[in-house]
Design a protein around this ligand. Structure first.
Ligand code: ATP
Ligand code: MEV
Ligand code: MG
Length: 330
């Protein structure tokens, strides 16, 4: 039995545009998904994902395909929900040359699902690490990041960047531009405050929406490029530890994401609550549609304001997590 964990993330800048080759800067946060993998005697995969729906469910895959959950969930919904774990186990089998290996997988996560905090990447990264170690193979973080990216790419129908998975595997603040992924060193203290509307967005559908707009309208393609420009300016502000400029650029980034149709009423309400509370800046994080915003504020103002904002279900401070994937127990 091996338990590994990996962090979620917020985007300081650049989600969506990163899918089209613009740079992005995601930052790992101290909220983790833990995955325990235990080798089985047969080839089956049994997944126990207590956080997956309101009640959670357990599903057993015999030979990887025809499993049924122990609650009444429709097959397409089940496949959508199980896709990430299934593919992560396939990657572990491939990496170890053990296509027949069966596992009991238990997932325990403090990252809300589909809310822009990278729950899918964290689960996939932790699952690949735990399952490969359980088979006696230790992959380095870069290989885990790469294999986790293959999973997101497959499950999201080819609509994924390396950003979430690289950030979760490596930890810290990272910069991703196409296949070029690196950790940013000497990052200033970033006072992140997160607002969560209790909802979620469908990453694949939101990415497809942006792809469609970009193909249809030149100005939407220009908007994607403008996000890239914001990120490049943001990197300078980050290097200069200029939090006011970072905040202004986050505000701008939110406006551009909003133009691309990936914000929502509650995300906008939380962004405005943060701005009214004198946050240095605020934007949605991740795919959008619902879920979380991230603000920069070193005072308690934004957190307090978010608590009183209709539509905001939870507000909390998030520390940068400098550690990526790690073993918790074996
Ligand atoms: N605790 C969990 N247990 C099992 N599966 C999980 C868990 N957390 C996330 N997942 C998988 O990840 C999916 C959500 O991924 P999705 O990419 O839509 O959102 P996200 O990663 O949270 O947000 P974003 O990609 O915008 O940062 C879930 O539907 C599920 O398949
Ligand atoms: C929307 C997106 O840019 C971030 C989702 O967290 C998609 C991706 O990069 O794969
Ligand atoms: Mg995701």
């Amino acid at each position: 039995m091996v338990t590994s964990s990996a962090p979620g993330k917020v985007y300081l800048f650049g989600e969506h545009a990163v899918v089209y080759g613009e740079p992005a800067v995601p930052c790992a946060i101290e909220r983790r998904a833990s995955v325990t993998a235990t080798r089985r005697d047969d080839e089956a995969l049994r997944v126990d994902a207590g956080d997956l729906t309101l009640d959670g469910f357990t599903v057993e895959y015999s030979g990887g395909t025809d499993g049924r959950p122990d609650v009444d969930v429709e097959q397409p919904l089940l496949e959508a929900a199980m896709g990430y774990v299934n593919e992560a186990v396939e990657q572990a089998r491939d990496a170890t040359g053990r296509p027949e290996a069966g596992f009991d997988v238990h997932i325990d996560s403090a990252i809300p699902l589909g809310a822009g905090l990278g729950s899918s990447a964290a689960v996939v990264v932790a699952a690949i690490d735990a399952a490969t170690r359980e088979l006696g193979v230790t992959l380095d973080s870069e290989e885990i990041a790469d294999r986790a990216y293959q999973v997101e790419h497959a499950v999201q129908d080819g609509e994924a960047s390396r950003a979430d998975t690289f950030c979760s595997a490596m930890g810290g603040a990272v910069r991703v531009e196409g296949d070029d992924c690196r950790r940013l060193e000497a990052v200033p203290n970033l006072p992140f405050v997160i607002g969560y509307d209790g909802g979620s967005g469908d990453t694949g559908a939101l990415v497809s929406g942006v792809r469609g707009l970009r193909a249809e309208y030149d100005f939407a393609a220009d908007t994607v490029e403008a996000i890239g420009d914001v990120v490049r300016r943001g990197e300078d502000a980050l290097a200069a530890a200029d939090l006011d400029e970072l905040g202004r650029l986050m505000d701008f980034n939110h406006g551009l994401l909003s133009a691309l149709g990936v914000s929502s009423r509650s995300l906008d309400a939380m962004v405005w609550a943060a701005r009214d509370a004198d946050a240095r800046g605020a934007k949605l994080t991740g795919a959008g549609g619902g879920g979380c915003i991230v603000a920069l504020d070193d005072t308690d103002g934004t957190e307090t304001a978010l608590r009183y904002t209709p539509g905001c279900e939870d507000a909390f401070r998030a520390e940068l997590d400098t550690e990526g994937v790690r073993v918790e127990e074996r």
